[in-house]
Write a protein that binds this ligand. Structure first.
Ligand code: SAH
Length: 224
């Protein structure tokens, strides 16, 4: 059976927050509240709903994945958002990360390159009433200039190199969270400015799907 009753999803979501997020040291109250609130099981395909709160990524169709809950929490925490922030996500996918961000920022812009994936996410985000999430269909490897500058940019696909446009679209105090690397090895990096100079910190080895588009990986370089 694909569906559990609503109470079971809530129990699993609570357990996810305690055992996967808090146990690993993420304790920001607003972030934990967002993780407790967003119904992650609705962001995965029906056949995977019972695994929605498990400690790993899941397929969402079109060869793409929704990240492991801890990865969403960690990358969100690294953004250091305040409630007035305008944030940009590249790689909408299921829309789950955007939904989490919408609880923590004033405005969320999210860009998805695959039109079918974008349409699915838009439908769900609208039905759940996320009015501060603005979904754009297109190549986010150039960022999203119309709504720049951003307090934070989060990329949820692995970049070949850091797209300069993303750095250019940040406010002076803004930060970029981005996995970089190829099919076999990637690291999450945090880019911030100190006295006008970019500094970068390697956070964690990870495994993401490739960033495509003009500044991303080609299918020949990285087939999936
Ligand atoms: N954040 C998502 C998971 C991202 S999976 C979630 O919460 O579910 C990575 C997504 O990035 C995929 O949907 C992929 O199509 C998209 N993507 C890859 N390259 C892109 C680009 N250049 N611009 C926008 N989206 C891109």
């Amino acid at each position: 059976m694909d569906f559990l009753d609503e109470g079971e999803y809530i129990t699993r979501r609570e357990a996810m927050v305690t055992s996967q997020i808090m146990q690993r040291g993420i304790l920001e109250p607003h972030l934990l509240e967002a993780m407790r609130t967003v119904p992650r099981h609705l962001f995965v395909p029906r056949g995977y709903r019972r695994y929605a709160y498990s400690d790993h990524p899941l397929p969402i169709g079109d060869g793409q994945t929704i990240s492991q809950p801890y990865m969403v929490a960690l990358m969100t925490s690294l953004l250091d958002l305040n409630p007035e922030a305008t944030v940009l996500e590249i790689g909408t996918g299921s829309g789950y990360q955007a939904a989490i961000l919408s609880h923590l920022a004033r405005e969320v812009h999210t860009v998805e390159i695959i039109p079918e994936v974008a349409a699915r996410a838009q439908k769900l985000l609208t039905s759940l009433g996320y009015t501060n999430v603005f979904l754009h269909t297109g190549d986010g490897s150039f960022g999203w200039l119309e709504s720049a500058p951003y307090d934070g940019i989060i990329v949820t696909a692995a970049a070949k190199e850091i797209p300069q446009a993303l750095l250019d679209q940040l406010k002076p105090s803004g930060c970029l969270i981005i996995p970089t690397g190829g099919p076999s090895l990637q690291h999450i990096q945090k880019w911030t400015r100190e006295n006008g100079e970019w500094t970068t910190e390697n956070i964690l080895a990870v495994s993401f799907v490739p960033l495509r588009g003009a500044e991303g990986w080609t299918h020949d370089e990285w087939p999936i």
